[in-house]
Ligand binder design. Structure first.
Ligand code: AMO
Length: 423
């Protein structure tokens, strides 16, 4: 084999022959643009020319060749082939056009995600997702948070019984974890700051563009806080960090692909629930104090904020009755809670927790919970549990709002919804 040959391995997404030259576009590494492989009749042996001119789109190939001194291809990378090996040919019609010219049925992009990943749009989404995960780890790791992994098969749920998936666990009934809530709080009795990147399993019967039955979240919990503001400060800084870094690292790529990438976020404004209700009433919504804000109201509030140039905002001090038992009460029936909304979609929620044993028991009884089911959790509140708080953030939703995706299913490789269990 001649010296100094470069190697390209990947899939042929486009091919054409012009006289005595064949051009193959091959997607090889994680870049969005293919490398143009130029095969010249006079530079290669007969079988290479034959393979290049009869190649089936979608084939997996291994090519060796030389890089030209001057690149002519507008896509920026070029290789002049010497050797070409077809490793695998499609044996059926491709359900997604590899050239991207003919759009497929929208379901095909989910059913054949691996083929969709050969297209620049889907590569870009999942490059952004991978970067988001990395930045998230890096952010919390470098700020003294312990990364933890809590059980996903559990004996009790924190977010309401109706949305638990039941699992057969030998002679007993168990559930898939809705969130690490109970465990991350218990850990506050031993370490000051934790985070977890985790799946949430929720048996919600919704069929919306923002709900999945298996979604991925970022859970954060911090001890020794002075109030929910300390937690919001961290979440605010994290959002500023990831929006800035994603803009720096993938901004032009994502915009080129047509995504309406969220610009770097500045300090996130905080509105109380009462203020949000007043704004909504001003917009003609009939919201009663105490109501949770529904999707329509959230959306309208998002549009209102966007008109003021605000994409991300906190809504604080929800009525306690609209919040889970673990959230600390505050005066006037309110709570030390917050939600973070981006572009009119709830992306995170959290708050200060009730860390006092007696008050926590009271909260649980008020919400009608069977205290015995939670005794393992309550134990941790007997041995010096400090004031603490945290949040849970939907990473799929964050990616969706960052890129302006119309549907959360686009942000997940193999989404799980009520009707979708395969692939
Ligand atoms: P919550 O139930 O609000 O809070 O969930 C936190 C965030 O997770 C995301 N999320 C979902 N994303 C997609 N599909 C779903 N079905 C789904 N459910 C939730 C949302 C939501 O804001 N334990 C608390 C958090 C805390 O207080 O620390 C909790 O689970 O973006």
């Amino acid at each position: 084999m001649p010296e100094n040959l470069e190697l390209v391995e990947g899939w042929v997404v486009n091919a054409r022959v012009v006289g005595r030259i064949a051009f193959l576009e091959v997607i090889d590494d994680l870049s969005l643009k293919p490398v143009t492989v130029v095969v010249k009749r006079d530079e290669v042996q007969d079988e290479v020319w034959k393979a290049a001119t009869s190649i089936k789109l979608g084939s997996a190939v291994r090519i060796r060749g030389v890089k030209p001194e001057r690149v002519v291809s507008r896509k920026g990378r070029e290789l002049h082939a010497r050797l070409l090996q077809v490793l695998a040919e499609p044996v059926d019609l491709l359900p997604i056009d590899p050239t991207g010219k003919t759009p497929a049925n929208p379901e095909a992009y989910i059913n054949y995600r691996y083929l969709a990943l050969r297209l620049p749009r889907y590569r870009a989404i999942f490059l952004a997702r991978s970067l988001l995960m990395n930045l998230t780890r890096e952010y919390f790791y470098s700020r003294g948070f312990l990364e933890v992994n809590t059980p996903k098969i559990v004996g009790a749920g924190a977010e309401g019984g109706a949305t638990l998936f039941v699992v057969e666990y030998f002679e007993r009934k168990a559930y898939l974890s809705q969130s690490p809530q109970l465990y991350k709080q218990m850990l506050m009795c031993g370490v000051p700051r934790v985070f977890e990147i985790t799946p949430y399993f929720r048996a919600e019967k919704f069929s919306t563009v923002r709900h999945l039955n298996e979604s991925w979240g970022l859970d954060v919990e911090m001890g020794f806080i002075n109030g929910p503001e300390d937690v919001m400060d961290v979440l605010d800084d994290y959002i500023r960090y990831v929006t800035r870094r994603i803009n720096e690292e993938l901004g032009s790529t994502l915009r080129e692909q047509g995504f309406e990438l969220l610009p770097p976020v500045e300090k996130i404004p905080r509105y109380t629930y009462r203020e949000a209700v007043d704004i909504l009433r001003g917009l003609g919504f009939n919201v009663r104090m105490g109501d949770d804000l529904d999707t329509q109201a959230e959306k309208a509030l998002g549009e209102y904020m966007e008109r003021q140039g605000v994409y991300a905002y906190f809504i604080t001090e929800y009525p306690w009755e609209a919040k889970p038992f673990y959230i600390m009460k505050s005066e006037g029936g309110l709570s030390k809670s917050f939600d973070l909304d981006i572009r009119g979609i709830e992306v995170a929620s959290g708050g200060q927790r009730e860390h006092r044993y007696a008050e926590l028991l009271g909260n649980m009884r008020e919400k009608g919970l069977n205290v015995e089911d939670f005794s393992f959790y309550l134990e941790a509140f007997k041995y010096g549990m400090p004031p603490h708080g945290g949040f849970g953030l939907g990473l799929d939703r964050l990616l969706m709002t960052l890129l302006g995706l119309p549907n959360i299913r686009e942000a997940v490789l193999f989404p799980r919804d009520r009707f979708r269990l395969v692939p």
